[in-house]
Design a protein around this ligand. Structure first.
Ligand SMILES: Cc1cc2nc3c(=O)[nH]c(=O)nc-3n(C[C@H](O)[C@H](O)[C@H](O)COP(=O)(O)O)c2cc1C
Length: 169
């Protein structure tokens, strides 16, 4: 670590400031779905996602270690990314909640990996976990994409704690 003139080391910023800084980067909104050990569908709203590699096709998601969905993915070894459309704000809210039966009012079908895929999503990627990295209070799951599709439509957008819609500049 670099020495400071006054001999003190830089300290991490407070989490509230970190949230404000990162919230200034607009993202799409996804729901990560998987299958619980009981066999039922589970999922959570996630915007910490990025493409990693083209060959092989890989993406990553960052999930809080404390979340039920993170434990379920560790046991199941696979997950789906449901990229939400601009008319799925309600779906984002349901999957960001602590509700026990998140799928009771959300329609879904099964994909090639027998994962629950949310009807009406803008795009979908089905992934097999190829690596899990421990990062602070989160786990980074790297998934190899074994199936994907994208449809016409517009995305749901998240910026500074608010949902919005995308508009061409
Ligand atoms: C727009 C949005 C994006 C979110 N992104 C993430 C994320 O990237 N990683 C994460 O761990 N939680 C994220 N959350 C919070 C989770 O959705 C929330 O903690 C959820 O209740 C977890 O569900 P579970 O405990 O049933 O797994 C996000 C919430 C919202 C509203």
């Amino acid at each position: 670590m670099r020495d400071r003139v006054n001999g003190t080391s830089p300290q991490p910023v407070p989490s509230q400031l970190f949230r404000s800084v990162m919230g200034s980067f607009p993202t799409g909104v996804t729901v990560i779905t998987t299958v619980a050990e009981t066999g039922g569908p589970v999922g959570m709203t996630v915007n910490a996602i990025t493409s990693v590699s083209l060959e092989p096709p890989q993406l990553l998601i960052c999930l809080a270690k404390s979340r039920y969905t993170a434990s379920a993915i560790q046991s199941c070894g696979r997950f789906a990314v449901n990229f939400l459309s601009n008319d799925q704000k309600e779906v984002a809210g349901i999957f960001a909640s602590n509700a026990e039966q998140k799928f009771s009012t959300v329609g879904y079908h099964e994909g090639v990996l027998d994962l629950p895929l949310i009807n009406g999503s803008l795009a979908i990627a089905e992934c097999e976990v190829s690596n899990v990295i421990d990062a602070g209070d989160h786990l980074i799951f790297i998934g190899e994409v074994v199936s994907g599709r994208a449809t016409d439509g517009m995305p749901l957008v998240f910026f500074r704690r608010n949902y919005g819609i995308w508009k061409a500049a």
